[in-house]
Design a binder for this molecule. Sequence first.
Ligand code: SAM
Length: 222
Amino acid sequence: MKTVREAVPYESERRAMVETQLRRRGLRDERVLAAMLKVPRHEFVSPALAHAAYDDRPLPIGEAETISQPYIVAAMTAAARVAPGDKVLEVGTGSGYQAAMLAELGGRIYSMERNPRLAERARERLARLGYSTVEVITGDGTEGYPPAAPYQVILVTAAGPNVPSPLLDQLADGGRLIIPVGSRENQFLQQIFKHGRETHTRLLDSCRFVPLIGKHGWPEEQ
Ligand code: SAM
């Protein structure tokens, strides 16, 4: 519940989210927890849903898309191991919340969104909130974004049938690619490390994401 005396809006909800949804489930990365405590998630949903922004679930953001559940955002951010100064490509800007999280860890963020209306809204929102190290690009993120490649981190927040090859090509040596892969209904979150020409994949969690639609993802309609 929001109290009238609270100086920072939704601060107590953010604290409760970090304790009950993240720490209690074993998330221990203090940099990620500090960023989750700082980013105002309620600013990334419509005012009508602000009261539910810190609930343990994804929420609609319009255009039939969603902002991911806080735990998934934190787990993906931790898996990305962003260091200050890293170049990060996010595929699936949506509301811009995940991009803001990556920016809090000191990354230079290129975030791609295929839906121009969502891209424009996220661009305005991130600028208003002062996230000057995030650039939102409208386009098909399954092709990556060659102008700023290579990236130390690539993080995909929609699920494809397999790993788009342009993303592996644009990953730096030593880089991490975090991506849900599987059927349209169920996927596994993969953490892929690139070492020279080799890749090494760890399966993290089962998950359920909206489809990654594009040249190297799912077709538009099926
Ligand atoms: N990261 C977002 C956030 O923090 O709000 C949530 C992303 S939402 C689960 C997935 C997004 O991926 C949708 O906005 C969808 O339009 C976008 N998307 C799907 N396929 C894409 C593609 N090929 N390129 C870029 N964006 C894509």
